[in-house]
Design a protein around this ligand. Structure first.
Ligand code: HEC
Length: 128
């Protein structure tokens, strides 16, 4: 009697452990797929932006509204650095990440559609 009840308790414990294991497994799968989807979305955004041939003039209009406060009206730098010849130091992908990523405070992250991002890139290329 005592052995059968102890093995029943053991079975319960095993079942509980298995349940916990599955919960952890499912949670990690969810995290992983969210991470992957996010990465995929970002990549799609970059590819789309690089396919567009933007306009430097439109880009400068955008720059005047969003960036001059920190980078200066001629992009020679204020709080933020001088952006002349930036395209020789950073490639387009790195610049897109800089503008949309918000990885270097105090510079904020900008939510910007691919067409306007492409215009901004064109403007930055015109600063060489
Ligand atoms: C609130 C101030 C602020 C605003 C607004 C801002 N930036 Fe910046 N930006 C910075 C600062 C500060 C850095 C330097 C970050 C670092 O490297 O630590 C920087 C860095 C950069 C760099 C990288 C420069 C380098 O030498 O690596 C680029 C490119 C850039 N900004 C572009 C932009 C563009 C384009 C906009 C407008 C859409 C913008 N920034 C708006 C403050 C700002």
């Amino acid at each position: 009697m005592s052995t059968s009840s102890s093995s029943a308790a053991e079975r319960d414990r095993k079942r509980e452990l298995l349940q916990k294991f599955f919960i952890v497994l499912i949670l990690s799968l969810i995290c992983f797929s969210l991470f992957f989807l996010n990465y995929h979305e970002k990549n799609k955004y970059i590819i789309k932006t690089l396919e567009i041939n933007g306009s430097a003039k439109e880009g400068y209009a955008l720059f005047k509204v969003n960036c001059v406060g920190c980078h200066g009206i001629t992009a020679r730098g204020l709080v933020g650095p001088d952006l002349h010849s930036i395209t020789q130091r950073l490639n387009d992908k790195e610049i897109i990440k800089q503008v949309t990523g918000g990885l270097t405070p105090p510079m904020p992250s900008f939510e910007i559609d691919p067409v306007n991002m492409s215009n901004l890139l064109k403007y930055l290329h015109s600063l060489e």
